[in-house]
Design a protein around this ligand. Structure first.
Ligand code: G3H
Length: 500
């Protein structure tokens, strides 16, 4: 079925031709263009495998042209008074809000998020954009006197400012194609960079809509490009391009490693995979813990880098916890078509192929001794909310990032063993600890080698001004409003040597 959301106006008409399904243009140098490649890639809805639209695959020459234009436009953009860049970003937020329903419907169709999750992504993106635009006004430089350092007198003063890197390549993932695009594009633009935006294939149509909103809000021609095409088709060329100064990427860790290897000496800001653990102390509030496990494990069908993937506790605690989790799944989760209000948390995963891969990993775990106590089956691109017990940390179901609605229960002899398991993993995004004794939680948190430890709450990125980071293969650098603004700029020092 072709996406037929109701358009409130003609704003987005320019994005595509009138064919069915529509072929989308790419955005470069301030215009919406047909690619000379003649190559396209279709975007299939995970709901029913219908074609939502067709993206063009841009050519290397078109990428060269876009990046050259971005380089030239950046100089003037950085000189544009900050108050004007701020005004444009507030307009972006307004345009996002104005088109909230349209963008929500599109997201549901394109990536299979439930309607409430999609709506929340759009609203969150508008709020985030406003917050960035407010926060950037408090980013300021400093001056340093030379005589603080032994052996120096007052002869020099350093004036230190935040300046742009130049051209930032922003690569967004399918699971938040609007929000995790804006979380890179907005701070990059506010700090005076120009941006080459590479949307995911699924989510690419939403990404083009976002680019159109930036254009409409007044981002000058050339400052933002939206280059479409599959990662395997245009990714290498983009990330290794000599005129890209910085790469901001969200996606899986293997892709992150491959990008880093092809982008020597470029600035990197990466949010990669996670297999976040929940550690339950015997004194935990079981009601709260159970709800957070179900929400944290199954929201957006487990397709969040912050989703809970395994639960660690002693056998006695797991025995209490498990029946309550199974009961709560019945209340909080209803798998189904994400367009229906009756569907709760679990719609389809992003594609049939991904669903088959997840099914394989579940079957493999079962072969190795795990037991399915809930779910475990696949219907087309839908994976039932699944709970496994008797899981070992070395099994792929835990040690790989399984981007689907699957939570594994692992029995440990004590909390020290739980720490060892978390710290032995390849990933280090977040972990959560449930205990009524917050003091004990605070003592325990530093032992866990992850970017963030949540005490009595499931892993999550928000609120979006909190620092968000991963260690080990989970990421490079720190995001979160102020942290992203700082990460999207470098320091430039001008030293005034006073006349002797
Ligand atoms: O998938 C990665 C996202 O950054 C997770 O964000 O915790 O708000 O769902 P979230």
């Amino acid at each position: 079925m072709l996406y037929t959301g109701t358009m409130t106006e003609d704003l987005f008409d320019i994005l595509h031709n009138t064919a069915t399904p529509p072929v989308y243009r790419y955005f470069s140098g301030g215009s919406w263009k047909e690619s000379a490649s003649g190559k396209t890639t279709s975007v299939y809805s995970p709901i029913d495998n219908s074609v939502v639209g067709i993206l063009q695959v841009v050519t290397p020459k078109e990428i060269d042209d876009a990046i050259e234009t971005a380089c030239n436009a950046q100089r003037e953009w950085e000189q544009t008074p900050l108050n004007q860049r701020v005004k444009i970003m507030h307009l972006v937020a307004d345009w996002i809000r104005h088109n909230e329903q349209y963008l929500t419907d599109l997201l549901v169709m394109e990536i299979g998020k439930t309607a409430s999750e999609a709506k929340s992504e759009i609203a969150r993106t508008a709020d985030l954009t406003d917050y960035f635009a407010d926060e950037v006004q408090s980013i300021r430089g400093e001056t340093l006197d030379s005589d603080n350092f032994p052996g120096y007198d007052k002869g020099r003063i350093a004036v230190i400012e935040h300046v742009a890197y130049g051209v930032v390549l922003s690569i967004a993932p399918f699971n938040y194609p609007v929000n995790l695009a804006a979380s890179k594009i907005v701070p990059a633009l506010l700090m005076g960079n120009s941006v080459v935006f590479k949307p995911p294939t699924q989510g690419g149509i939403s990404g083009l809509h976002l680019a159109r909103i930036f254009e409409k809000a007044g981002v000058p021609a050339g400052v933002l490009t939206c280059a479409t095409g599959g990662g395997s088709q245009i990714g290498d060329y983009l990330v290794s391009h000599p005129k890209i100064d910085m790469i901001a990427f969200t996606g899986n860790s293997d892709t992150g490693l491959a990008i880093a290897a092809k982008a020597p000496m470029k600035q990197l800001l990466f949010e990669c995979g996670g297999n976040n653990a929940t550690i339950v102390f015997p004194d935990a509030d079981m009601n709260l813990t159970v709800k957070e496990i179900v929400k944290g494990g199954f929201s957006y069908a487990g397709q969040r880098c912050t989703a809970i993937k395994y639960v660690l506790s002693t056998p006695g605690v797991l025995e209490t916890l498990l029946p309550q989790v199974l009961e709560t799944i019945k209340e909080m989760v209803a798998m189904g078509d994400p367009r229906q209000d009756s569907t709760k948390l679990v719609g389809p995963v992003i594609s049939l192929a991904t669903a088959k891969e997840i099914e394989e990993v579940i079957l493999e775990a079962v072969k190795e001794g795990a037991v399915v106590v809930s779910g475990g089956h696949r219907r087309d691109a839908y994976i039932e909310p699944t709970i496994l017990t008797k899981v070992k940390p070395s099994m792929n179901i835990v040690s790989k990032e399984v981007f689907g609605p699957v939570v594994s229960f692992i029995a440990v002899s004590d909390m020290d063993e739980a720490v060892r398991i978390v710290n032995s993993q390849r990933f280090g995004l977040q972990a959560c600890v449930f205990t009524k004794d917050e003091g004990a939680g605070l003592k325990y948190a530093p032992l866990l080698n992850v970017g963030t430890v949540q005490i009595n709450g499931s892993p999550q990125r928000g609120p979006d001004h909190f620092p968000f980071l991963g260690v080990k293969h989970s990421g490079v650098g720190v995001q979160g409003v102020r942290y992203s603004l700082e990460a999207m700029s470098r320091l430039k020092s001008v030293v005034i040597n006073k006349p002797q």
